[in-house]
Design a protein around this ligand. Structure first.
Ligand SMILES: Nc1ncnc2c1ncn2[C@@H]1O[C@H](COP(=O)(O)OP(=O)(O)OP(=O)(O)O)[C@@H](O)[C@H]1O
Ligand SMILES: [Mg+2]
Length: 222
């Protein structure tokens, strides 16, 4: 088991829980997709899974350790990569610098970080744009930089919040296929929130978010 939620409840406001007694399990390398209406709590769920928001009750277990506020969460966050709807790249940095940044922040030397970034940029088909400014490439290309940046530190878990939300259908298709192919190759688990059902068949498990809870539609090895 990579990630487990046991009876998780969370609210931004003390009087109202956005997430109520939620249970969830994700295996190493498992690809899970989550659908659900706007405002149902999907992004909030990803924030808890990403160890950014902390639940009021329940237990989150990640990499076989149950987490609490006193633990050094940064150690665990290093094993997580994030992909957002809008790519959230650093505009003043080049394509290569953007991808290298998670490694540099972990204390890896610039030369090694750049080499790793370049390998990932080749993997996502951006070898020609390594030195470009991120403001000089298209939206689909920017999202590919986002993919390379999410995977560059070899995380065990990728959290993707509507990664194709800002892309046209065809570009979205390419990004989703690329993301799944990379995850399968590296045995990286994914939790992906998306409004488009057409990619669901590529995932191992499907969930629906409703009234603060997840219902399982389909689960591998369930
Ligand atoms: N920082 C915050 N402070 C207070 N309330 C918040 C905060 N972020 C989200 N909420 C509320 O929590 C609820 C769930 O929001 P969340 O962003 O998790 O929904 P979502 O399912 O991701 O929606 P969407 O599909 O529109 O992205 C909403 O009612 C929202 O208004
Ligand atoms: Mg959301």
């Amino acid at each position: 088991m990579l990630l487990q939620f046991k009876n998780i409840s969370f609210g931004y406001d003390k009087n109202e829980n956005i997430i109520e007694n939620l249970n969830f399990e994700l295996n190493q390398g498992e690809l899970a997709v989550i659908e659900g209406k706007s405002g149902s709590g999907k992004s909030t769920f990803l924030h808890i899974a990403g160890l950014i928001a902390y639940p009021q009750s329940g237990v989150v277990t990640f990499m076989d350790e149950s987490l609490n506020k006193t633990k050094k969460l940064f150690k665990f966050r290093r094993n997580i990569g994030y992909i957002f709807q809008s790519h959230m790249l650093w505009k003043d940095l080049s394509v290569r610098e953007n991808v290298a940044m998670p490694l540099i922040l972990q204390g890896i030397g610039r030369k090694n970080a750049y080499e790793a970034a370049e390998r990932w940029l080749c993997d996502v088909g951006l070898e020609k744009h390594i030195k470009a400014s991120v403001t000089q490439i298209s939206g689909g290309e920017q999202q590919r930089v986002g993919l390379a940046r999410a995977f560059v530190h070899n995380p065990k878990l990728i959290l993707a919040d509507e990664p194709t939300g800002n892309l046209d259908d065809e570009t979205g298709d390419k990004i989703m296929h690329l993301c799944i192919r990379i995850a399968r190759k590296n045995k990286t688990a994914i939790i992906c929130v998306t409004h488009n059902k057409k990619w669901n068949h590529m995932f191992d498990s499907e969930y629906y978010f409703k009234k603060g809870n997840l219902s399982s539609i389909r689960r591998i090895n369930a």
